[in-house]
Design a protein around this ligand. Structure first.
Ligand code: PEP
Ligand code: MN
Length: 348
């Protein structure tokens, strides 16, 4: 349920209503919009004395939140949320491109790929140090050494870094090196992990589970939001279907559906969505045309030798073509790519 304040309510009038509301065994979430403030009431609201609040002169109305996800819902937060990351904004007019290898394999591979994706126009660097692999015999990632290499790549290129965290006890370690924490598809319903990243101050990139519905993705996001971290970016990465021609099936529908249901930024990963480099650029274009706020693309300097996901990784030259094509789409729909100049960090 939510209390919609009158348009002219002052901050102290909002505080007064919040003060009264918390006495009734509910948690509150304040959403300050451009026009009016909405106070979300979370928890068991069955006995909440609505009539008492409706009599207050500053309260406009009280309405139920129809969705099971509350803080993530557009009902409570009608305007788009913007998630800032190192001078870049997810969810604003600018489209963000994250790129880099599936895994950090060694220093040379990562640094060369980072320089190449920056040159081609990427805004943020990706690379896995802790890898969730289907087989226990596959390369599992370099762990902390991989994080150190990512941090060095940030020093060299000025690109912020996103990398996966697989377990709650890894959150502090990964957050020391990374600018954004990735929760992978296989972890989307690891509620302890969602809780832990919810307590972190870092932005979170939450990937849709392999067989998760849009509702389940939003409920996973709600876990993070409800633990105090509102910097959540959702990522569509393809879902399981009967189709075997591609690794997953890109759920392009998810983009407008999510944009309607939630105020959170939504990006798409065309690499895991398709599983084949040949299809990555087409699906990247489609995602931006459908309204995605960004992309996460796997790029490798030598895909044939990649230790993970080589078949879906673009060579840097092909990634540069993707950026050029995506740029044209952004302009066609009245958006633009991130315009921030990414300079080398100031050395002291
Ligand atoms: C990844 O981004 O490298 C990854 C493992 O993706 P997903 O969790 O979507 O499978
Ligand atoms: Mn991968």
């Amino acid at each position: 349920m939510m209390i919609v304040m009158k348009a002219n309510a002052t901050q102290s009038e909002v505080e007064e209503v919040v003060h009264r509301a918390v006495k009734h065994n509910v948690q509150v979430h304040i959403s300050q919009g451009e026009e009016r403030t909405i106070i979300g009431l979370l928890g068991d609201v069955r006995t909440f004395p609505q009539h008492e609040f409706l009599q207050l002169p500053t309260v406009d109305r009280i309405v139920p939140i129809s969705r099971p996800f509350k803080i993530a819902s557009r009902e409570i937060h009608p305007e788009d949320s913007v998630v800032p990351l190192d001078g870049i904004q997810f969810g604003g007019p600018e489209v963000v491109i994250i790129a880099g290898p599936c895994s950090v394999e060694n220093r040379t591979q990562l640094i060369e790929t980072a320089l190449a994706v920056k040159e081609a126009g990427a805004h943020i660097l990706r690379g896995g140090a802790f890898k969730p692999r289907t087989s226990p015999y596959s390369f599992q990632g370099l762990g902390e050494e991989g994080l150190e290499i990512l941090a060095e790549a940030r020093e060299i290129t000025g690109l912020a870094v996103v990398t996966e965290v697989m377990a709650p006890e890894q959150v502090d370690l990964v957050a020391r090196y990374a600018d954004m924490l990735q929760v992978g598809a296989r972890s989307m319903q690891n509620y302890n992990l969602l809780h832990a990243v919810g307590e972190s101050q870092k932005p979170v990139l939450l990937k849709r589970g392999l067989s998760a519905s849009i509702n389940e993705l939003l409920m996973a996001g709600e876990y993070i939001l409800s633990h105090g971290n509102e910097k959540v970016v959702l990522c569509e990465r393809g879902i399981r279907t009967f189709e075997t021609a591609t690794r997953n099936t890109t759920d392009i529908n998810a983009i407008p559906v999510l944009k309607e249901l939630t105020h959170l930024p939504v990006i798409l990963d065309p690499s895991h969505s398709t599983g084949h480099w040949q299809y990555v650029t087409a699906i990247a274009r489609a995602a931006i045309a459908a309204g995605a706020d960004g992309l996460m693309v796997e790029v490798h300097i030598d895909p044939a030798e990649a230790l993970s996901d080589g078949a879906q990784s673009l060579k840097p030259e092909r990634f540069a073509e993707l950026v050029a094509q995506v740029k044209a789409i952004t302009e066609a729909i009245g958006r633009r790519l991130v315009s921030k100049e990414i300079n080398l960090p100031v050395q002291d």
